[in-house]
Design a binder for this molecule. Structure first.
Ligand SMILES: [Zn+2]
Length: 224
């Protein structure tokens, strides 16, 4: 929905609000020396957004550097996909641009509405962490990063085969007095596609205060 609005120029960046007749002085949130916040500046051509795109471009080292100016938002969105000659809409060369655009927008809004500093590193972190979660929950698989140069530990591990297992002692420790502790867990059986989970709340003496369990639908143990 966000991308559709973005491509249709319906995202309320400063210049869009001015166009709608709201009087405000535009000051972009992404640059040290603020410029005018247009859609293209915030998402493609500004120095901050360029750093985000350049960082994630390491996934696609075979693709030429993007240096197009002007009305280039669709070009930017499809640059990696076109240059890799990939048709699938589920490939990472399609997914990563969508995540970048979305997280630039959320970072910009955190700045406008919650006074958070606009940080390129935070955008990259959030894109990476969302990718990591998608891989761990198996919503993204090997087919989807074919031809990429993976830049995430979880993806590299999945490609590299079996991981070394560490053995360690795990024990339950009670919370401090006046506190309670909630432990939760979930399980998933591939063969039957059954899943369930539950939780237990205990006090500092280890006494059970509440416990619950339920079945639900999901696609992996981690998601459960
Ligand atoms: Zn800027």
């Amino acid at each position: 929905m966000f991308l559709w609005r973005l491509l249709a120029n319906r995202i309320p960046v400063d210049v869009k609000l001015q166009w709608r007749g709201i009087s405000l002085a535009s000051k972009c949130k992404c640059c040290e020396k603020p410029g005018v916040e247009t859609r293209l500046h915030l998402f493609v051509n500004g120095s901050a957004t360029r750093r985000v795109w350049q960082h994630l471009a390491r996934w696609f080292p075979q693709v030429p550097v993007f240096d197009e100016e002007g009305e280039n938002i669709e070009l930017r969105l499809k640059w990696w996909q076109r240059n890799m000659g990939i048709r699938s809409q589920h490939h990472l060369c399609v997914i990563i641009p969508c995540l970048i655009l979305w997280h630039i927008w959320t970072e910009r809004n955190e700045n406008v509405h919650r006074d958070k500093n606009f940080e390129v590193e935070d955008i990259i972190k959030r894109v990476n962490s969302q990718l990591r979660n998608l891989v761990l929950t198996k919503l993204i698989g090997q087919d989807q990063w074919k031809g990429c140069c993976p830049m995430l530990d979880v993806v590299i591990d999945t490609c590299g085969g079996a991981r070394k297992r560490k053995v360690g002692r795990v024990e339950w420790r009670p919370p401090d007095p006046l506190w309670v502790k909630l432990n939760v867990d979930g399980a998933f059986i591939q063969a039957t596609q059954n899943a369930g989970g539950g939780g237990i709340v205990r006090n500092h003496e280890g006494e059970i205060l509440v416990a619950f369990a339920t079945g639900f639908k999901c696609r992996s143990g981690l998601e459960a």
